[in-house]
Design a protein around this ligand. Structure first.
Ligand SMILES: O=C(O)CCC(=O)C(=O)O
Length: 348
């Protein structure tokens, strides 16, 4: 399939228009050109590049903790307020994912309540919404991001609409997006196909079955790469089947990823699964009231201590085991029928 045929290249400027609404609904994503201005791109890229060595050098160092979900092994940087892990799907080069990066440098403050981005978010999800995950991704040569999502996997990705009951409103005016998880991916440099862009199966957000294909995005029929230019953003529903095409070149692919959801929806980042993102006191101090409304208040450093996080993980595992145990007991009780008197007399 020619990927250009399904990519809506829209220019950011004003609220979402009818073409963008139609394309987003049809495909599950929207490619918005030049949403960041060149100064914003330079500022964010330079901070991302400056921090890279620090993240990579410490990735296996202590303090570490296991993620609340999926068993990622995070390094926690208490000074920056970030949690980073290394992923290596498919055996190629590494990918470094840095959670809670907004804390790490005031240069990233521009992503908290970025006005042109918020025009889309306001339309796609219900207020009061919040940032439920924030990641930097550094993807090296040979790396892929394994394919995930698509179809009925997690209710927190729900892709639905509400219809305005007013009889005076007709056609499109009666329909509103009501999504629970909207991701935004910003390109900080050009990301052509060979540099490993995000790839998606257009329309898969409406699938009713889970995909029978595995995690290799290149092997999945219908998967298309979405090349970008510096300053572009891709908005997509988390329900869309997506991954990262292989990075075939030496340039590390550097992108910024945010996820927005209504305030009552828990985070899907493995670092704070079902909970809140982590905000440091110093980041909080920098933010305006409008920016603070998009984030939970800062946690005390002791709550974020790796020992506390490991304890949280163990408590969650124990609760899961208790639930499993209970289910097994109930199944056993259902399958164990009382023996009759005759069976007992016959010794059976
Ligand atoms: O860009 C990629 O390689 C994958 C990104 C992704 O999985 C996400 O943002 O949810």
């Amino acid at each position: 399939m020619n990927h250009l045929a399904v990519t809506c290249l829209c220019s950011a400027g004003g609220d979402m228009d009818d073409l963008e609404r139609y394309q987003f609904d049809l495909n599950g994503f929207l490619h918005v050109k030049g949403i960041l201005d060149p100064r914003e791109v330079t500022k964010a890229l330079s901070a991302m590049e400056t921090l890279e060595q620090r993240f990579v050098a410490a990735i296996n160092a202590h303090p570490k903790y296991h993620s609340l979900q999926f068993r990622m092994d995070y390094h926690y940087d208490a000074e920056l307020g970030t949690s980073a892990y290394e992923a290596n799907h498919g055996g190629g080069g590494p990918q470094y994912v840095v959670d809670d990066f907004l804390n790490a440098d005031p240069a990233f403050d521009l992503f908290v309540g970025h006005p042109r981005t918020m025009e889309y978010i306001r339309e796609l999800t219900e207020a009061p919404f919040r940032i439920v995950s924030s990641e930097l991704r550094y993807r090296h040569r040979g790396n892929i991001t394994g394919t995930h999502m698509g179809g009925p996997i997690d209710r927190r990705n729900r892709y639905t609409f509400v219809t305005d009951p007013s009889p005076n409103r007709g056609g499109n005016a009666r329909r509103h997006f009501d999504l629970l998880a909207v991701r935004v991916l910003y390109a900080l440099h050009d990301v052509p196909v060979e540099n490993g862009p995000l790839c998606v199966v257009p329309g898969s957000h409406k699938a009713n079955f889970q995909s029978p294909y595995g995690g290799d995005p290149v092997q999945e029929p219908g998967m298309v790469p979405l090349p970008m230019e510096a300053g572009d953003a891709l908005f997509f529903t988390e329900n869309l089947r997506h991954g990262g095409f292989p990075n075939l070149v030496d340039r590390v692919r550097k992108t910024v990823h945010l996820c927005f959801a209504p305030a009552w929806v828990g985070s899907q980042s493995p670092a704070h699964w079902n909970g809140d993102v982590f905000v440091t006191q110093s980041a909080w101090t920098r933010y305006s009231d409008e920016q603070r409304a998009l984030l939970p208040p800062p946690m005390s450093p002791s709550e974020r201590h790796p020992e506390q996080l490991s304890l949280k993980r163990l408590t969650a595992e124990m609760a899961e085991l208790t639930r499993e145990n209970q289910k097994l007991k109930e199944a056993l009780a259902r399958n164990t029928r009382p023996t009759s008197m005759l069976q007992r007399l016959l010794g059976r």
